[in-house]
Design a protein around this ligand. Sequence first.
Ligand code: AMP
Length: 193
Amino acid sequence: MLNLILFGPPGSGKGTQAARIAERYSLLHLSTGDMLREELRNESALGKEAKRFIDGGHLVPDEVIIGMISDKIDATSEEVDGYLFDGFPRTQAQAEALDKLLELKGTRIDGLLALEVSEDEITQRILKRGESSGRSDDRDPDIIRNRFRVYLEETAPVAEHYEQQDKVIRLPGEGSIDTIFESLCSAIDKLED
Ligand code: AMP
């Protein structure tokens, strides 16, 4: 199995790149943001609980996210070649839970690919995405700033966690989509060697 984390601040292009990487390497793309938005659309109990956190640019509680990912891994681990995690793990607790879940399946994270993009570039990109994405959390500069602050305070330490395991690869997240994709692929190819 090949298991990767695509890491970076909101608006760093994770979703776009993750879809392409998952296709090229036949990985199951698991985006907790997409999974939560689907719960919102279905108006499920989980969706209703998550809505107020998402709307404020806050993180959804760890136990909700870990439960959601754990169910998904249990349901799919027999049939996939690996996972591409996108927008997860976002806290130290989530990273520790993920390591345990994978260990139970006899596998592990092979690499964390971190896209580096400046805060100014990110705010511009998210506001632009908000014009068409229909996401209310992409339209308000205050919420975007809050998401970036949460990223620095709670999510950046996740890279530290995997740094200790020597699994972090940092790549520039600015430039054309194709150029960034190629640099991600060459980093992944090196991991597979
Ligand atoms: P994203 O699409 O990854 O930017 O996620 C949108 C929103 O969903 C975030 O601002 C959080 O409120 C919530 N969310 C997504 N993934 C997670 C996660 N792993 N942990 C906590 N909250 C999350």
